[in-house]
Design a protein around this ligand. Sequence first.
Ligand SMILES: NC(=O)C1=CN([C@@H]2O[C@H](COP(=O)(O)OP(=O)(O)OC[C@H]3O[C@@H](n4cnc5c(N)ncnc54)[C@H](OP(=O)(O)O)[C@@H]3O)[C@@H](O)[C@H]2O)C=CC1
Ligand SMILES: Cc1cn([C@H]2C[C@H](O)[C@@H](COP(=O)(O)OP(=O)(O)O[C@H]3O[C@@H](C)C(=O)[C@@H](O)[C@H]3O)O2)c(=O)[nH]c1=O
Length: 311
Amino acid sequence: MLPPRILVTGANGLVGQALARAAGRWRGADVLATGRRPALALGGFAGGTAALDVTDADAVERALQDFAPDVVLHAAGLAQVEACEADREACWALNVEATTALAAACHRHGARLVLPSTDFVFDGERGPYAEDARPAPLTHYGRTKLAAENALKASRLTRWAVARTTLVFGAPTGPAPRLDFVRWLVRELGAGRPVRVPSDQVRTPTYDEDFADGVLRIVRFGKSGTFHVAGREVLTTYALALRVAEAFGLDAGLVSPTTTTALHPGAPRPLKAGLLILRAETELGYRPRPLDAALADLRGRLGVPRPSARR
Ligand SMILES: NC(=O)C1=CN([C@@H]2O[C@H](COP(=O)(O)OP(=O)(O)OC[C@H]3O[C@@H](n4cnc5c(N)ncnc54)[C@H](OP(=O)(O)O)[C@@H]3O)[C@@H](O)[C@H]2O)C=CC1
Ligand SMILES: Cc1cn([C@H]2C[C@H](O)[C@@H](COP(=O)(O)OP(=O)(O)O[C@H]3O[C@@H](C)C(=O)[C@@H](O)[C@H]3O)O2)c(=O)[nH]c1=O
């Protein structure tokens, strides 16, 4: 396809930054990265930036009118599970209502819409999951993401995609809203602090750059529907913590196993979750890098020397 005009929402966040950077590398593409906080700190991004509150329907309409995107990558959302439980209305307004309105606006303006979603739409009884598994979210966060997916399906848009992912880690720049698991762990272990990590949560951790590559493949191939775009390795968060400690030369002895219930008394997590990526591999040629390669790449982005180089 011809290089498109791509508008990214939520481009200050972990996922939105990765999408904006990857879109910006598409030769000839015109990219507008928007965020609620106007000060976009997108290191190495050459496209345009603007403030856009996605809950402001007039502002969304103006943005689509003025920029006339071919594609909207909608990464604005509330992704903190406990915060969604604490303020259910705000979470619904952002994750569901704003997405529903954006889908209608994309239909009016002829834009394709891609929505990142999550394995938290599943109950974690029998993951990792394929795209056709039956959703049964355990949390308000999961319910809002499922409702947003359904809003796309029920909209008049014909060109839409849901890209489900899980446990994304990466190296966003600027004041990112929250630390992802890997960066949190690197910070804690780096400071010599002991951590407790659930050994009963199964995931397919996803490198931010790989997720962005998968999403842009959906766009390039003009695909619609639901795709699982995640890492390929299935492991517990505890096992992941040990791999992170090794990759960063940190003290794995500081990591001790705990249960999800002990760590998250207020909001359950799906236990046997994670996502199967066969559809993305076969239809998109998606090839996420092996976990250790992703962690090594992340180490480079964070400017942390190789463990062997420090001995
Ligand atoms: N991180 C993960 O592991 C996964 C994430 N996802 C999905 O990806 C999406 C992004 O998540 P992630 O990047 O991790 O979350 P972050 O919290 O890192 O980023 C979310 C972004 O949304 C922005 N935002 C919040 N409210 C508005 C608004 N009214 N208008 C415009 N922007 C707004 C925030 O802006 P500001 O910074 O300016 O406050 C923030 O930068 C979510 O929909 C989430 O469900 C799915 C699966 C896994
Ligand atoms: C803060 C903290 C986190 N953790 C672990 C638990 C958890 O598995 C992992 C990440 O914790 P979080 O609360 O950030 O993430 P969590 O909400 O569990 O993870 C999810 O994020 C949302 C957005 C999704 O959609 C999911 O796919 C998934 O990636 O870190 C600890 O083990 N100890 C801690 O003290």
